[in-house]
Design a protein around this ligand. Structure first.
Ligand code: G3I
Length: 301
């Protein structure tokens, strides 16, 4: 079987990967992509600098290419990402206040309207929490007012009512971390006040087997209990230890609302973490031990 087929057999879960438009002409790449995965996330092509390089001038060529490939292959698409402090185009980096707030709203509306009906989940807001302390990260977006995140979600719901709207962040795997608790409080507050949010993405960039958080399942189940789906959105683990990969899959399978596991690239050579061999396929496209561990967990876990 394959990662996607085995995930689908577990109550319709998806097993996805980050995809780069520039690699869709590499048949070794697309052979694995189309055989193994039933969901994709554009790695860079839907980011703000890619889709709105000049204010109110939108370019979708590379993102459209990924969406077209995914549609042809029967893969769902996760949009990534609409509001983020990083990878902002130059014009946005130098903006602040109400002009930036308006630009964010316009960006979300325009991009979601372009892709309406083709995107299953959107990472509406990415990485808005600080690495320590449990509060918000400083950024030009945060300086427009603490309500910028809920404004982003309300704008997104209006733009495409059928898309599932997610908050996505890293280092939110460990339930005891202040950052995890900060995000949890925000989601709890949003649900209590009716701010539209459907899912929370846990990027899960882990640095090795020993860094695997033993309370990861508690993190996933606690967020799920708030009434959101939980997604593992950018999984990669330094040196791809089989034990840690198995644990991630088993912890997801144990939580009914953990419906998506996405790895951040196909082959080690496709990874942003060059030299760390964190993925499921070797640079030449062979299945690694971690691949077999993940597939076994999906089938039997
Ligand atoms: O496309 C240009 C190319 O024209 C240029 O010659 C080259 C020179 O450096 O840069 C290329 O752009 C790079 C781009 O990846 C495409 O390869 C950027 O410099 C580089 O910064 C960018 O890195 C991406 C990174 O996000 C940027 O923040 C990684 O590919 C991507 O994997 C990574 O993904 C993020 C998620 O979006 C959010 N979570 C963390 C994750 C890892 O950092």
């Amino acid at each position: 079987t394959t990662l996607g087929a085995s995930a689908a057999a577990r109550d319709g879960r998806v097993f996805g990967t980050a995809v780069a438009a520039g690699k869709l002409s590499d048949s070794a790449y697309t052979t694995i992509l189309d055989r193994e995965f039933n969901a994709v996330t554009p790695e860079n092509e839907m980011k703000i600098d890619a889709t709105e390089p000049q204010q109110n001038v939108f370019t979708y060529t590379n993102a459209d290419r990924i969406v077209a490939h995914a549609v042809a292959a029967g893969q769902k698409v996760r949009g990534h990402t609409l509001a983020w402090h990083s990878q902002q185009p130059g014009w946005m980096q130098s903006m602040s206040g109400s002009a930036l707030r308006s630009a964010m709203i316009n960006h979300i509306t325009q991009v979601m309207t372009h892709f309406k009906g083709k995107i299953t989940w959107w990472d509406v807001v990415n990485e808005a929490y600080a690495d320590s302390g449990g509060g918000r990260r400083s950024s030009n977006l945060q300086s427009t007012g603490n309500d910028w995140i809920e404004v982003a979600f309300k704008t997104a719901r209006a733009a495409d009512p059928n898309a599932k709207l997610c908050y996505n962040d890293y280092n939110t795997d460990n339930w005891s971390a202040a950052k995890t608790q900060g995000v949890y409080s925000m989601v709890k507050d949003f649900k209590a006040r009716g701010v539209p949010i459907d899912c929370v993405g846990f990027q899960t960039h882990l640095t090795g087997g020993s860094s695997y958080p033993s309370n990861y399942r508690t993190t996933l189940s606690s967020f799920a209990a708030l009434g959101v789906d939980v997604h593992i959105t950018e999984l990669d683990i330094t040196n791809a230890p089989t034990g840690a990969y198995t644990s991630v899959v088993n912890d997801c399978l144990a939580v009914a609302r953990c419906t998506d596991i996405t790895v951040w690239g196909i082959r080690d050579s496709d990874s942003w973490r060059s030299g760390e061999s964190p993925l499921l396929f070797t640079s030449s496209g062979a299945k690694k031990a971690a691949y077999t561990a993940v597939l076994t967990a999906l089938n039997n876990g």
